[in-house]
Design a binder for this molecule. Sequence first.
Ligand SMILES: [Zn+2]
Length: 208
Amino acid sequence: MGIEAVNSRIADIQSRIIALQTQQVAATKAKTAATSATSAPGGSFATVLADAMDTQSSAGTAKSSSLNKSYSLNSKGIPTELVGYGNGKIPANALEKVGTTNHKLWAPAAESLTRMISDAKAQGVTIGITDSYRSYTEQVDVARRKGLYSQGGLAAKPGTSEHGWGMATDLDLNNKAQAWMRANGEKYGFVENTPREPWHWAYKPKSV
Ligand SMILES: [Zn+2]
């Protein structure tokens, strides 16, 4: 794990702790406000109300900052938030499901693929998913079954696959869908980058 990855991981953890602490403080404040409202009916209602409103706005801030999570790629096109885990070693909860399927990718890739499949469907084009994130163990298995790409097979060297970063998907495409992908895939950040594998689409967005 590189020092940059460690630092970014630490920063991520710290921001989560701060968000949690903010939520806890807000919850305590809300409780206090509720108690004083009932125990002191003659007390300053305005104060209690102001307190409760303040509580709500700080809770709201904590929530929206976690929703507005920022994403970035390193110089090799690997998500900075995932690089520390290692290829094929990413925990399930660090990835996001593609639509209602059980396929998982890096969150922005999952969201873009979901949108792409839905847009294609609206245009009468069916895109299926054969594969997505692939763990290291699964990469070893694929290499054993399909042979290494460098030796004429169809598998990346285990630990180097784009699938191991949740950054590629294998699609089930008929001729119409293949043509649609070649015309539209790039708009969604998906590029056909592996000769002999027209089903393999890597996520290489111009920006995230
Ligand atoms: Zn693939």
